[in-house]
Every structure is written in structure tokens, then in C-alpha cells.
Design a protein around this ligand. Structure first.
Ligand code: NAD
Length: 264
């Protein structure tokens, strides 16, 4: 069955690989990005999100089956908060009325293994409380302090977005409307985002020590694309609220064997 997908971050990396695979199978893809896309928009601003959603809905002729949110930044800046969290939640809220009309609507978001790494609890709470002004202010204070706290910004955005999925997934407009909403949590994927930080073999070696992936090492974006496609395909009728780690075993290393301890 051919479907219509809206993919953010379609100009590069994971979003681009997913768009190519889906198009190759005959699906319609509406790419959204700050450059080189069907919908050129800045998801870091409230107006940019509204305009992007409006244009995507127009281009789809009011028919969207799935949204795959890949646009993201890894810089230790306040803008990363606006793109990685509010650029997902606010954009999805705008698309929801159209998405709900699909017979098999699906949503998936790219979180990260950074969601289980150290974060700023205050910043995560501000995002989960849907307070963009406060979240941006906290992030900017971390940047201005230049004491290392700014390195917590990226992980905080990914923790918050994985929590948002759990906060939302059972609500009438998601589960009640038949919409599974999940995230993927990749470890290291060879995309331009990672190319910026590993320019030499020594840097690559350093990153593989920091983020060990015993099963098959660093990944190609098409590997993540396959999981994004399954989670947004018609076969996914019952997986919701999850962050599925696709990480060569890194999450298992960090969280250990027993992840069932919440019941004590
Ligand atoms: P990438 O840099 O190759 O692609 C990200 C895309 O997002 C770019 O095309 C960029 O233009 C777009 N984007 C950035 N800011 C935007 C804005 N304001 N408005 C619209 N579009 C904007 O990165 P990638 O590695 O493909 O990352 C995709 C997602 O996967 C991100 O959310 C990232 O955090 C996540 N992720 C990546 C890795 C990795 O190792 N590459 C690991 C875990 C999670």
C-alpha cells in the first residue's frame, strides 16, 4: 500500500536515507528541512513550525499517513532545544488533525542513546512542561556559564522528547485515535552530524571508546531508516510509547541487565 510520509531533516543523514528508501518503494515523501527540501522551513521558530505544517498539508492534498521527525542539531546551544524538542512537538501538533484522518496513521521521532546519558533535570522539566521560553533561558544560562553544563543540552533534549512520547502516547488524540507514537534511539550513525566530530582516525577511535557498540560498530543511516519505516508502516499496530535503541548494544552496557527495577 503506497503511503504519504512527511519527513523532517530530509536534506541530510538519517532523514535523507529514509526519504530515499520510502520513495524507492513508490511512496510519496514530503521533505521538510531548512534547505534543499519540498518544504523549506526553520523548525526552531514557532512561526516556522506553523508555516512548515501548513505547506506540508497543502502539498499532501490533506492526506498524511505518517510523520518521521529527524530534523535535529547536536550543538551545545539554546537553538538545539528549540529544534530537537519544540520543533518536533509543535510541528506534530499542527499536523495531527490531518494525520488523524489517515486509516493507518503513525509517528516516529529520532531520539538518541543520549536520552540515557547525563542531563539537566531542570532543562528536561521545562521542556516536558511545554515551556519553551523557560527551556531556552535555562539552556542559554548553561551556555553562558561555560562550565561544561552546556554539554548536557543535547542529552536533555533527547531525554525530554522520549519522555514526551510516553506522556502523550495514551491520550485520546494518540492511542484513542489509533496512532502509535514512538522514538528510535540510535548510537553513532555515520552522517554529517557525526562527520563534524570525527575528522581523524584518532577521533573515531576516541568516539568508539566513549560510545562502544559491540554489535557491528558504527551504523549507516539506512540501518536506522529500516526501523523508522517499520515503526511507521501499517504492520505496526501495537508498539507505542517506546524508544527503541538501535545501538549495537550500547544501551545494554549503560543500563545493565536489569531494566525492570521500577517495581522495586
Ligand atoms: P544531519 O545533520 O545529517 O541531519 C539533520 C537535518 O536536520 C539536516 O538536514 C538539517 O538541515 C536539519 N535541521 C537542522 N536544524 C533545522 C531547523 N531549524 N529546521 C529544519 N531542519 C533543520 O543529522 P543526522 O545524524 O541525520 O540526525 C538526524 C536525527 O538523528 C537528529 O535528531 C539527531 O539528533 C539524531 N541522532 C543522530 C545520531 C548520529 O549519530 N548521527 C545519533 C543519535 C540520534
Amino acid at each position: 500500500m503506497m503511503r504519504t510520509y512527511v519527513i523532517t531533516g530530509s536534506a541530510s543523514g538519517i532523514g535523507q536515507a529514509t526519504a530515499e528508501k520510502l520513495k524507492g518503494l513508490g511512496n510519496t515523501v514530503i521533505g521538510v528541512d531548512i534547505h534543499n527540501a519540498d518544504v523549506v522551513a526553520d523548525l526552531s521558530t514557532p512561526q516556522g513550525r506553523i508555516d512548515a505544517a501548513k505547506k506540508a498539508i497543502e502539498l499532501s492534498n490533506n492526506s498524511i499517513d505518517a510523520v518521521i521527525a529527524c530534523a535535529g542539531l547536536a550543538y551545545p546551544t539554546a537553538t538545539t532545544v528549540s529544534v530537537n524538542y519544540f520543533g518536533v512537538t509543535e510541528f506534530l501538533n499542527e499536523l495531527l488533525p490531518t494525520l488523524t484522518q489517515s486509516k493507518t496513521p503513525r509517528v516516529v521521532i529520532t531520539s538518541s542513546v543520549a536520552s540515557i546519558m547525563p542531563n539537566s533535570a531542570e532543562l528536561v522539566e521545562a521542556m516536558c512542561a511545554n515551556d519553551e521560553a523557560k527551556a531556552v533561558k535555562i539552556a542559554q544560562e548553561l551556555v553562558d556559564a561555560a562550565a561544561g553544563g552546556e554539554q548536557l543540552i543535547y542529552g536533555s533534549t533527547k531525554r525530554a522528547i522520549s519522555r514526551w512520547i510516553r506522556q502523550q502516547c495514551l491520550k485520546p488524540h494518540w492511542a484513542g485515535a489509533g496512532i502509535p507514537i514512538n522514538a528510535v534511539g540510535p548510537a553513532i550513525v555515520m552522517t554529517p552530524m557525526v562527520d563534524q566530530i570525527i575528522k581523524t582516525p584518532e577521533e573515531r577511535e576516541g568516539l568508539s571508546k566513549l560510545v562502544p557498540m559491540p554489535l557491528n560498530g558504527f551504523m549507516e543511516p539506512k540501518t536506522v531508516a529500516s526501523l523508522l519505516m517499520w515503526l511507521t508502516g501499517v504492520e505496526n499496530t501495537h508498539v507505542t510509547g517506546q524508544t527503541i535503541y538501535i545501538d549495537g548494544g550500547f544501551e545494554r552496557i549503560v543500563r545493565g541487565e536489569d531494566v525492570w527495577s521500577w517495581k522495586g
